[in-house]
Ligand binder design. Structure first.
Ligand code: FES
Length: 79
């Protein structure tokens, strides 16, 4: 697959917003018909809990990802 998104599902990131972010990503992929070109997976903890919520897109780790930032990231990083 062309793109890879790893969303931290550790309890800290999950509570800080990745629960919503996960739903947002799924909706985004569906809406843009990207399910086939993006591998979405979860990780347990990226070890940067205090900067969470953390999401890794194509090997690059982004911290403090709120919903607005997330949409911008998806628009710019997903091919
Ligand atoms: S819970 Fe996400 S970095 Fe620890």
């Amino acid at each position: 697959m062309e793109n890879q998104i790893v969303i931290c599902m550790g309890s800290s990131c999950f509570a800080r917003g990745n629960e919503k972010n996960l739903r947002l990503i799924e909706e985004y992929l569906e809406k843009n018909h990207l399910e086939a070109s993006v591998k979405l997976s979860g990780s347990c903890c990226e070890g940067r809990c205090s900067q969470g919520p953390n999401i890794v897109i194509n090997g690059e780790c982004f911290s403090g990802v709120d919903q607005e930032i997330l949409i911008d990231l998806l628009n710019s990083k997903i091919k």
